[in-house]
Ligand binder design. Structure first.
Ligand code: ADP
Ligand code: MG
Length: 767
């Protein structure tokens, strides 16, 4: 009998055997025992006949029998999970010791369950092994061949090491290329019969596999006869090790992971149960099985996420009422009257929306989205002025000291003439002065406090805090909101973000926030002139920067994200800084600064301040300046490896210049020769709307690139995509149904969900 001829019976047998495993092979999976069940199926049960012995055997022997039968059925093994706890630390797995534990922790894997949810980056597909001659561009393939030549060379631009290998089989030859993994030359030199898996691209003269996975032990791969998982790794951890541990974990713990989806729910969405999903995530029988597994995890993540959002919104709205603000019309007029410019239409609408929220006895939770330079600060100032006019206090928090200083200056300009006292409290303000300020805050003599997170971390007490403004909200997460509330305030909240996200998406990602959008820039702003610079004109780009600097302006040189690792990015930027200060800009060496994510917060602040104050003329940095500083004197930004950024992200980066009156420029350097890629980058020359570009990203690069990885990372999704609207919506519908039926998730069938929601709410981004 094969799985195809009797799928229902086999499926049922498999389900029963898994239930047996879960219960420790105590023959409780079906009334009367498994032997009776087999007898009841008639004669033609094929290899299931062997199970007629089952009830008579001892549990240990039952397990062996179950696995023999399963293997005949072409299924994965099962083992008892009774008494096993998937929340146990990874060290319960044989072979995983303290060192391995530490390394796994770097991948955020602490428990066996974390390990089981570690998502393979890809799979090496035995079924897609092709002769090299047939490796067509655009396809994911595995080729098996000999490494006939391998060498490392600097890239044309000289900042990256490229490793190139020629791979040959009897049908032909193909190029494999890696970046910055110099050790590969040693690992692969002279090797024969190596499997390489990746996407075939057409390069200038040849077809090419870019950064393919490789497997030296072809024999093992081919004869494994299945999709072999390839995991994200960390230093000191090999694929082989991780696969071995994963196999152990899957065997012993797949059935011990609590189920979060009900049977009816799984049926309705066509999703597998948790144990099956875990098995098929790591060692899938075929690619449909692995996709079903991924869909299940994505759905479950979104369901838990939506449940958490619904729960939070309820507590946020119901547990503590907000305090309504009376809006005084003359105060409003006074604010508008002394602005040095007229508000844009978008700003007017946003201010109106905010004031409407403030009038209610339910605290506002509003997200104000708008391109860099769209004038969000003025909207915040209007709101702050309105609440101060009614006798309340406000606070505004920025992710860095430099940004806080900038806000303080802006708000003082706008609000001091109206009698509003604005104070700045950051780490750099002398302690004595800070104490005085806080005393005045406590007595209500300060109206608006501007600062970094320190505002809420210290034991500050406000007399009448009723509006908290959070700038660059994606850098904050929800944690700080929770912290404010935990101090006993329940203020209105205005979050501001320059990350353009289409509106529908924002509603689902920030499910508990209302959204206002500033779509246009203030009039008279000249767009940043964007040009695309081919690699051979790099010298011209540097000459351009030199001209701008000599004319008294300042420049950014932004280094791309090469790897998912912050330390590699930092190193790349550091090398670039060295190269420039010793070469091209040697004469300006003292004026060239460096900024990257690995520097201490204090050094970062120091560098940003020096750039703001004009002591640094050229700032070499990683993309950390994305949420950066407003330096009107900066007139040019050069972005390296532009092909590695999304359009919206490039747009945000170029928004760092063009804030003064002068003409400003964005130079995009790209290392690819791919005409489609270059066409994508050229859209920046004509399109100047962050939202339009975000939508373009969605079209061109697919989901996942629309909001930065940092932001989607902050949501903690490993499977779900924040752009997968259909799944988000169906999870939302289910979450609402579950919440209606069982608001506190106390029913036994919701135990798994309740635990997952609680875990999410405990994570520090939440509160
Ligand atoms: P962002 O939205 O990036 O935070 P800002 O609030 O820093 O933007 O505003 C950018 C600049 O535009 C500031 O110098 C601000 O004074 C100016 N600005 C804001 N609104 C207007 C307006 N309606 N007309 C002219 N200039 C404006
Ligand atoms: Mg801003």
């Amino acid at each position: 009998m094969t799985a195809d001829s009797e799928p229902a019976l086999v499926r049922e047998a498999r389900r029963l055997l898994e239930a047996e495993a879960a219960a420790g092979f105590d023959d409780s999976s079906t009334p009367g025992g498994l032997s009776r069940w087999v007898a009841g199926q008639g004669r033609n049960v094929g290899s299931l006949t062997r199970l007629s012995q089952y009830s008579r055997l001892r549990p240990r022997t039952r397990q062996d029998l179950a696995n023999k039968v399963l293997s005949d059925l072409g299924s994965n093994k099962v083992s008892p999970s009774v008494g096993r706890d998937a929340a146990a630390p990874v060290t319960v797995l044989p072979g995983v010791g303290a060192t391995a534990e530490k390394r796994l922790a770097a991948l955020s894997i602490q428990t066996v369950s974390d390990l089981l949810h570690h998502r393979p980056r890809r799979y090496i597909d035995h079924s897609s092994v092709v002769p090299i001659a047939e490796a067509e561009p655009g396809r994911e393939v595995t080729v098996i061949g000999d490494v006939v030549e391998i060498r490392a060379r600097p890239a044309k631009s000289g900042r990256v090491r490229v490793i190139e290998a020629a791979i040959a089989d009897e049908t032909g030859q193909i190029l494999a290329v890696w970046f910055n993994q110099v050790y590969l030359a040693k690992t692969l030199r002279g090797r024969r019969n190596v499997a390489f898996a990746g996407r075939v691209e057409s390069a200038a003269y040849d077809r090419q596999l870019t950064s393919p996975e490789y497997e030296l032990d072809v024999h093992r791969m081919v004869h494994a006869g299945r999709l072999v998982p390839v995991y994200p790794l960390t230093r000191g951890l090999s694929q082989r090790q991780l696969r071995r541990w994963m196999a152990l974990a899957v065997d012993a713990y797949a059935t011990a992971v609590p189920e979060t989806l009900g049977a009816a729910q799984r049926r309705a969405h066509g999703l597998p149960d948790i144990a099956t999903a875990i098995r098929n995530l790591h060692f899938p029988v075929d690619s449909a099985a692995k996709e079903a597994a991924a869909r299940r995890f994505a759905f479950a993540e979104l369901l838990v996420y939506q449940l958490a959002i619904l729960r939070r919104r309820r507590t946020w709205r119901e547990s503590q009422p907000g305090r309504p603000v009376r809006i005084h019309r003359d105060a409003l007029a006074a604010f508008g009257g002394q602005l040095p410019f007229t508000l844009t239409e978008g700003q007017r609408v946003a201010v109106a929306e905010v004031l409407n929220d403030l009038r209610r006895d339910r605290p506002m939770s509003r997200l104000l989205q708008g391109d860099v330079g769209s004038g969000k600060t003025v909207v915040a100032a209007g709101a702050l002025h309105a609440i101060v006019g009614d006798g309340w206090q406000g606070a505004i928090m920025a992710p860095t000291e430099v940004l806080a200083e900038q806000h303080a200056a802006t708000l003082r300009e706008l609000l001091t003439p109206l009698g509003v006292r604005v104070e700045l409290v950051t780490g750099s303000v002398p302690a004595g002065e800070k104490r005085r300020i806080w005393r005045d805050v406590e007595h209500g003599r300060v109206h608006v406090v501007v600062g970094t997170q320190a505002i809420i971390q210290r034991s500050a007490r406000f007399a009448r805090l009723n509006l908290a403004v959070v700038d660059e909200q994606h850098r904050f997460g929800v944690q700080q909101r929770g912290e404010i509330r935990s101090k006993g305030y329940n203020p209105h909240l205005l979050a501001m973000s320059a990350t353009p996200i289409p509106r529908t998406l924002a509603l689902t990602v920030y499910g508990d926030l209302d959204v206002s959008v500033l779509r246009e820039l203030p009039k008279g702003r000249r767009p940043v002139k964007t040009s695309f610079v081919p690699n051979h004109r790099r010298g011209d780009a540097y000459a351009f920067i030199r001209r701008e600097v000599t004319a008294g302006h300042q420049a950014f040189i932004v280094f791309p994200i090469i790897e998912e690792s912050e330390s590699l990015n930092a190193r790349a930027a550091t090398d670039e800084h060295k190269r420039l200060t010793r070469g091209t800009f040697a004469d300006l060496a003292d004026d060239v600064g460096l900024l990257h994510g690995r520097m201490s917060a204090a050094s970062k602040e120091r560098v940003m301040r020096a750039f703001r104050d004009g002591q640094i003329k050229i700032l070499v940095s990683t993309a950390v300046i994305e949420v950066g500083i407003d330096v009107p004197n900066a007139s040019i930004i050069l972005i390296e490896g532009a092909e590695r950024f999304g359009l919206a992200q490039l747009h945000q980066l170029r928004g760092r210049v063009g804030r003064g009156g002068q003409d400003s420029h964005c130079l995009l350097m790209s290392e690819t020769a791919d005409p489609r890629e270059n066409a994508r980058l050229r859209t920046l020359q004509t399109v100047n709307d962050g939202f339009a570009l975000a939508e373009r990203d969605l079209e061109l690069r697919g989901p996942g690139n629309v909001i930065g990885t940092r932001q989607s990372g902050a949501l903690g999704f490993r499977f779900a995509s924040v752009t997968d609207l259909p799944t988000i919506q169906s999870a939302r519908v289910d979450a609402e149904a579950v919440t209606r039926a069982d608001p506190e998730l106390t029913r036994p069938e919701h135990a798994g969900l309740a635990a997952a929601v609680a875990r999410l709410l405990q994570r520090n981004e939440w509160n």
